[in-house]
Design a protein around this ligand. Sequence first.
Ligand SMILES: [Zn+2]
Length: 301
Amino acid sequence: MAFAGENAEKGWQWHETTSPHFAVSHEMAWTPPGFVMDLEKIHGRLRMDLGMLSPWMAKERIKLYLYKDPQSYLAGEFNPPSWSNGLALFELKAVAVPDNPDRKDLLRVIAHEMTHMLFESYWWESKKRPPAWLNEGLAMMEEADSPDRPERSPWYQLMVLAKPGTFLPLEQFFAITPTKDLHNQDTIGDWYVQAYSITYFLYRGHQRLQFKNFCSNLRDGRPLFESLWLAYRYHDAPALEKDWKQWLSRPEQRVRVDKAMAAARREAQSQQEGKTKVPFSPSVIRPTRIKPMKGFRSLRE
Ligand SMILES: [Zn+2]
């Protein structure tokens, strides 16, 4: 007891919990119940998709800094910008986030930031940064709690329900860095959904190895369309655009999404008592327009 004040003053109130793949530093005395198991689940999922790019993740522990609340996170040692709700620190192989009473949301942010961290560490081996659309698209894809039921992800739903004309011609889309080039909230939202969609299509709509080859060619400095050609045999933007749009407009996409949204609505209705707000429930999302969440801008450029 005598040391409590001194410890607090020196910032020694942090605690550490380790698991096979994580070293969690947490400001609270305990991690939330089941938290470390949930982290291991995310790790298993990300390893399936990103282990081929960042094989170190199998052996080295990832550091996770869990702050007790957003105030403490914002005042913390990593100096996050005020709009951010998570940081990917690839130099440290670490992720920093504030605790969030909405557990699902917390895990979604962690999966998003972990993906940035793993993917950026892969690029950093060649002292490069990934293209914004690919980095964000991948992080959004990995937010989903199950790769087998992607239609439950709000991004997937927004992608399928988007009106024709929402998305930019691909050549224009690839040239954009949202933090620099986009200023309108709706356009930013659309850009993110498109980034998700193209990345999802290139990853899940093809062989995993093709995605690896694509990234490796890009990282070697080959131009985007040469890399697309080498990995996917798309020789130009219209060829990719045609295939992507055909995939997007398959009737079964709409059926899947309608079913998932109906199921989410039923679930929300049955859980309604005691809850005034269901954060990011698919049933409260408008089909074609979204406001960027704070996590959107976690790409730090
Ligand atoms: Zn991000």
